[in-house]
Design a protein around this ligand. Structure first.
Ligand SMILES: Cc1cc2nc3c(=O)[nH]c(=O)nc-3n(C[C@H](O)[C@H](O)[C@H](O)COP(=O)(O)O)c2cc1C
Length: 361
């Protein structure tokens, strides 16, 4: 029974707990001779790293990645993948397990404390243990390697909604995402979100968000019907991220309100001999196979469960009690979920590229 591994030909296994000595990932199936340096992985980890703004947890984790295996200098002296398992290690540096002593016996509402206990009968309660989103750093590291396999694909993520405030789509600018700590693509929304999140943070509360991830440059043909459909794998991958409660591809839930005429992505003959689509309600996937259009996925992230207002709960022995979650927490975990969503998109696409190549050549 192994459920900490993901992917078929590009296979990712993560390990570690929030307050253990380290977390990490083993990647098996990465093709050989791909140049890979730790700094390239580090750049993506730095985007997800906590403590970078007042809107994310103040836990100080350098998230410095070490390549333990699977990379070696080629004849030209360049570090490349060797085709053997790539093991990446990220040490935990800033654990404060005493913040969590109260929850050894008491279940935090919105967390996985009760379900881990119900399932396993034992759990590492320090910082949420394995259920903590600390694990997502390992996904981001794996995503950086996946990107190298599909170097022609551009994968970008942005926050498109914070609480009730959506971006104005007409002002969507990818360059803007790089300019603010919220990964917001709409310059007008950023200050409004900052004010709003300041209020949320000061009141010790939290709020949900929506993240959008777009992959451009995926050719038509990736995806494995019928049980390995690209959209199905993508939805599963994004849904496996902590705190994600909804995933949509393309028009998503809005498709329910569209007519057949409105939803049809009409085609004209493109200059390159391939169809030119006039819209992209399908989100770049038809029949579980990429169309060559941008692949567009969105996911809803619930509000951070750890808040300063007391919540009613029970303990392991069935006693009713109240809990205030101590420790350091993001007021909106959707912000740091952006690089994680990008990583999961990259892992799914790299795996499907290899699967497509394996079957079709
Ligand atoms: C990047 C990221 C950071 C997170 N940080 C926190 C946090 O600081 N506090 C918290 O209560 N939940 C946090 N979460 C969410 C919890 O890990 C998650 O809600 C919990 O493990 C229960 O799992 P579930 O919500 O997927 O059911 C974070 C999620 C992500 C994606």
């Amino acid at each position: 029974m192994s459920h900490n591994s993901f992917g078929h030909l590009f296979r990712v296994t993560t390990f570690g707990e929030s307050h253990g000595p380290a977390i990490g990932v083993v990647i098996d199936g990465c093709p050989p001779r791909i140049p890979l340096r730790a700094e390239e992985i580090q750049a993506f980890l730095d985007k997800r790293r906590p403590g970078q703004s007042r809107f994310t947890t103040q836990r100080r984790e350098p998230d410095a990645v070490k390549i333990l295996s699977g990379v070696f200098a080629d004849d030209a002296g360049q570090d490349v993948t060797t085709g053997t398992p790539i093991a990446l290690l990220i040490e935990n540096a800033d654990q404060r397990s005493k913040d969590y002593a109260d929850i050894a016996d008491t279940y935090r509402p919105g967390h996985a404390d009760y379900t881990y206990d119900a399932k396993y009968g034992v759990r590492d309660w320090r910082g949420g243990g394995r259920s903590s989103a600390r694990e997502t750093a390992a996904r981001v590291a794996a995503g950086a390697v996946a990107r190298k396999i599909i170097a022609g694909v551009c994968i970008r993520g942005a926050l498109v909604q914070v609480g009730p405030y959506k971006i104005n789509r007409a002002r969507f600018d990818w360059r803007e995402v790089e300019r603010n700590a919220l990964f917001c693509p709409d310059a007008h929304s950023t200050p409004r979100w900052e004010d709003y999140l300041d209020g949320v943070r000061k009141s010790g509360s939290s709020i949900g968000a929506v993240v959008e991830v777009v992959a451009e440059g995926v050719p038509a043909g990736w995806g494995a019907p019928v049980y390995g459909k690209l959209d199905a794998d993508l939805a599963g991958a994004l849904m496996s991220i902590n705190a994600v409660k909804g995933v949509e591809i393309g028009a998503g839930f809005a498709a329910a309100e569209l007519s057949g005429e409105g939803n049809a992505d009409e085609m004209r003959a493109g200059a390159d001999g391939k169809p030119a689509f006039l819209s992209n309600h399908a989100g770049g996937i038809l029949g579980g196979i990429s169309t060559g259009q941008p692949i567009v996925a969105r996911f809803a992230v619930k509000p951070t469960s750890s808040i300063l207002t007391p919540r009613r709960t029970v303990d392991r022995h069935g006693n009713e009690t109240e809990i205030v979650t101590k420790g350091r927490h993001d007021p909106c975990v959707g912000i740091r979920a952006v690089p994680v969503g990008e990583a999961m998109m990259a892992i799914v696409l790299a795996d499907h590229f290899l699967r497509h190549r394996g079957q079709v050549g």
